[in-house]
Design a protein around this ligand. Sequence first.
Ligand code: ARG
Length: 463
Amino acid sequence: MGETSANSMWGGRFSDGPDAIMEAINASIGFDKRLAPQDITGSRAHAAMLADCGIISKADAKAIDAGLVQVMDEITRGAFTFSAALEDIHMNVEARLREIIGTPAGRLHTARSRNDQVALDFRLWVRDQCDAAIAGLDALMRAFVAQAEEGADWVMPGFTHLQTAQPVTWGHHMLAYVEMFARDRARFEDARRRMNECPLGAAALAGTSFPIDRGMTAAALGFDRPTANSLDSVSDRDFALEFLSAAAICATHLSRFAEELVIWSSAQFRFVRMSDRFSTGSSIMPQKRNPDAAELLRAKLGRILGATVALFTVMKGLPLAYSKDMQEDKEQVFDAADTLLLGLAAMEGMVRDLSANRPALEQAASAGFSTATDLADWLVRELGLPFREAHHVTGSLVKLAEDKGCDLPDLSLDDMQKIHGEITQAVYSVLGVHNSVASRTSHGGTAPDNVRAQIARWKEVLG
Ligand code: ARG
């Protein structure tokens, strides 16, 4: 029967081993060895359940459990030899178990298939990544809140089209990111809640005739319940798609702030100074401080989007139930999760270390006629002009200031009255940037008082 060349796990009906190229395309051990802890945890729970239900003997279960503990120990110590001939982590672990404990190892796979086994292992792994992402997001949000607290009332230009629009507060800008990352956190929590059902016991696709207790393994592995449909259990990768989708949105947020850091730290803006710990120098231009970490974050996060598209492409159009295509799920998710967690940690470090240049922010906030809207609002409020007319009058005042090469507050009352006779000295009070931001007290507005209330709320939420 060619036991030496055919696979010992399923080689019964094979007389020849696989072609070398077949082995190369088929083997997943090169990457799925990362699932070893989950695989062994799942197998230990499965063996305990089999014994409890009287499907294998207590003695065999004991031997299996001790053997699996030893296998895990060997893997942790780097003393385990992974073999591509054994395809994947599941068969590598089982083959080594057989070497260690002999015959009882063959009973572990009762009422189980690699299809439900891999669905379980991967789910456990992705569930851990959700927890890690949530922890990373919490740390990052705290860093943004600390920045907001320091500069709750510092003024800076708010932009639309990257053109100066209206003055806003530094704290408000920081808290905008807290809102985004809080939504990301909720997405990971939500995905985690939905994925927390145990597929183990679905077996190959149809369930099993053995009297297993799926509730027992589900509870032992921290799941809320077993999955309800065996076909769905082995063919579902929604949990991975949801993780990637949440990660892609989060990555998009991270990349937006990374981009702002790159712009803000330039000599043209000078809004912020990145710490030495997150900057690099140039080997030829001694004056340079490059925001490499922010640039790399901006770029690297594209990988997460790539992984998301890749896994959707794998899954779309797949018939039920398991197809080997699904083995292509892991590398994408591994890479995306690694990139996301590194990105969250790097961003947290950058935000913690960031020092905002308050005078530069304030100076920029005053430039570009940023209080033109305040002027128009004043004309509406004090002189009763319709907003459209006030907009027109303000436009003429901006043009006048532009012609004179000055800012709006530098125009004399005489000049202003030439454009609209009823303007009074009182108008100057709304042309300053501090008054401008202080007046934006509408719900969600940029006023320092609003910002302080939001900071208090977030500190409560984040603990
Ligand atoms: N290595 C496989 C995977 O990652 C495990 C499941 C294999 N199942 C099978 N019927 N060949 O998807």
